[in-house]
Write a protein that binds this ligand. Sequence first.
Ligand code: 6LW
Length: 566
Amino acid sequence: MGKLIFLLTIFAITACNTQSKEVVRACDTFTNPIISGFNPDPSICRVKDDYYLVTSTFEYFPGVPIYHSKDLVNWKQIGNVLHRPSQLNLDGLECSQGIFAPCIRYNKGVFYMVTTLVGQRPGGDFIVTATNPAGPWSDPHWIDGATGIDPDLFFDDDGKVYMSGTFKPEEPAFYKHNNIWVQELDVENWELVGERKTLVDGADFVNDDNPIRGDSEAHLYAIEAPHLYKKDGWYYSTFSHGGTGYNHAFSIFRSKHIFGPYEGNPNNPILTHRDYPRYSYIMATGHADLFTYGNNNWGIVYLIKRQFKEDTFKSNRYILGRETALSLIDWSGDWPIVNPKGKITRCEVEQACPNLPLHTFDNKHWEDDFESTTLHPQWTFIRTPRSEWWSLSNKKGSLSIDLRPEMLHQKVNPSFIGKRQEHAKFSVSAQMEFTPRNTSEEAGIVIHRERNSYLKYTLAKVDDKTILRAVVRCSNMQNDSLIAQLPISASELLLKVTGQNFEYAFEYSVNDGKNWLTLKDAVDLTETKYIYSARFTGPFVGMYASSNGKESSNDALFDWFKYSEF
Ligand code: 6LW
């Protein structure tokens, strides 16, 4: 019980202990993505002049970060929706299982977040609620009979609430044939009630004059991410299709009745880059959510993948995972048009700001001096922590991390605490105090892409010598592979990893960062399987300690941790 209360306070609303000064000024242009790094499947809701956005988190805990903005361009993480172990069981899950696509909605003073827990038993769809979006959020209300992934909640103006999601028809007509179901939801008893209807059947559009422009079977597969909206007496049903890669696309349908029949927009899809060259900077646009801002203007948030370098222009080599982008919409006609001032249906990198006062933050530099009594909401674990293996109070002003037998490549909760890598060119450093007692023990910095794809830069022991070593694990290897190592006598040192796309440098300092020495630079992993890793997620950078299968009573102390873009 004590442990649970401890974890509850860890991810309760924490005061931000990083410097992010708020500046209000006039609006100019903004650059996509609006939330960089691993932030896929965005969903957004509005409460007067405040906007809240959530993204998917898969095997990471806490789940579903919640971001706040007043200008739609600058977003600050104010908490996490699934911040208690009692809300989220990620035990034993494979990477890219866990929490898929959340949807956030606000109705009459209450925030609702619905999502799917994939791969766990019992899993399925559940809803949590809060009156303060920064938390605390309720325990899950599991919805019996809700199938598929990507559930949506829609609050109609007659007071009825509808839930929708995806399902595979009994006799699929083509590869990944998915349809969308909708049913009324009783939010007093958390039960689906009344008849279930099929909102959209992908098979209806596989013909010569289908309303999804240019589509073939190949592009219509994997209908997902459904949302329902109402505007001027029409119900609008939106969804994405073509999978979350190169063919990703977003389309819209409408009807006078919630249960249809729905007619397609003749210009569907209204957002895609699937006809772009495969080496495009921005690709895979889709999984979108529409919203109103200001005085009834419309916008859209959606996921993108970015590619930074010509030799990484292959579909799975996107280094930051899937990110969140924004576009404005012209909905003065019958159908919405994304980016009316740019090329229709495109994600523009540079766009005019929405006409809202800007509230900017410094997102380029982030540091934690561990003076706070609770972990900052950006700090993330891999899977659900089940014991208190870290502490901010063992030594005031430091984060101590216990060495435990758990290792990064296992489907466990290792002693890793990290934050998202948000930039392709970044630098991360930490001050660490640690003495490995035997050849099983190590602690240092880790860049985690998934359990079989990571970089480990740790102080360890070989024979009776303390060494500093960098290793890489690639998704096709059974073991870590040594990049470089060097004997070192210090037990207090500064570690730094600098990354530029898939090229890394490992540095250290034994005198407080006045001189940095290089363990190894120009380590280019572009041609290794390190880059083909995460299916749905993106990289985290953080601190790690392990006794690699053995019991240990040792710990590592971190005095500070810094992250910056360069
Ligand atoms: C998500 C689906 C998708 O559930 O990827 O890009 C899946 N879209 O809608 C995992 O994020």
